[in-house]
Each structure stands twice: as structure tokens, then as C-alpha cells.
Design a protein. Structure first.
Length: 133
């Protein structure tokens, strides 16, 4: 009888809490540790990814997925628009150093907008405010 119970416990994974896949983006924050041996403070920007560990046990329901998609699409379009603005500015100025310096800002702006929108959606959901999708 104990063997049957143990078999059902091991084969049924419902007792294991589900891990939100978005939380795996927090592992990118470990790249910030490169700032220690290299002394390059630009790696510290990767520590911002640790915010995604906060979603470790957040339930991935349909509303959460919709919020992630909405935040991601807005951030993607912003990032793409900034890329083309920077690229056009580089072509007009004729200096590739501008593009090299400004290109990481497009990624940073996209991630910043994604995180902010996701936090805003989550805050509104906790307060019970409905927003259109």
C-alpha cells in the first residue's frame, strides 16, 4: 500500500509548484557578475534582469499571458522604432561611432518599457482595475 502511494506521489507532479517561464529571464542577471572580475560597470545593467525572479511562482493564467504579450509587443515596437531612428541618424551624420554607442540604448529602452508595463498591468490587476487588451 505504501509502495502504491509512493508511486502515485512520484508520478503525479501536481504537488510540485509550477515555475513561471518568465522567471528564467532572471538568470541573465548573472551576467552582471562579470563586472567584478572585469571592473567594467556596464555589466551592472544586467542586474536589472533579477526583477524577473519575482515571477517565479506567479500563476501563468490567460490574463497574465495577455499582459506579457501586450507589454512585449509595445516594447518590441518601441525598440524597433528607436533602432531605425538611430540608424537614420547614423546615416545622416555619417559616423558609425554614434550607432555603436546608441544601439545598446534601444535594447535597454525596450527592456525598461517591458518591465514597467508588466508591473503596471500587475498592479492594476491587484487593485481590480480592468484594462482593455
Amino acid at each position: 500500500d505504501d509502495v502504491i502511494y509512493l508511486y502515485h506521489y512520484v508520478t503525479n507532479i501536481s504537488h510540485i509548484p509550477m515555475i513561471n517561464k518568465l522567471s528564467f529571464m532572471g538568470l541573465v542577471g548573472l551576467l552582471g557578475l562579470l563586472s567584478i572580475p572585469t571592473g567594467d560597470v556596464r555589466y551592472c545593467a544586467f542586474f536589472a534582469f533579477f526583477v524577473f525572479f519575482g515571477y517565479l511562482f506567479t500563476i501563468e493564467d490567460e490574463l497574465f499571458t495577455a499582459y506579457v504579450r501586450k507589454a512585449a509587443s509595445t516594447a518590441f515596437f518601441l525598440q524597433t522604432a528607436l533602432f531605425f531612428i538611430i540608424y537614420a541618424g547614423t546615416v545622416l551624420i555619417g559616423d558609425a561611432a554614434v550607432f555603436k554607442a546608441a544601439f545598446p540604448l534601444t535594447f535597454a529602452a525596450g527592456m525598461f518599457v517591458f518591465i514597467c508595463l508588466l508591473v503596471i498591468h500587475e498592479y492594476r490587476e491587484q487593485r481590480g482595475v480592468e484594462i482593455g487588451t
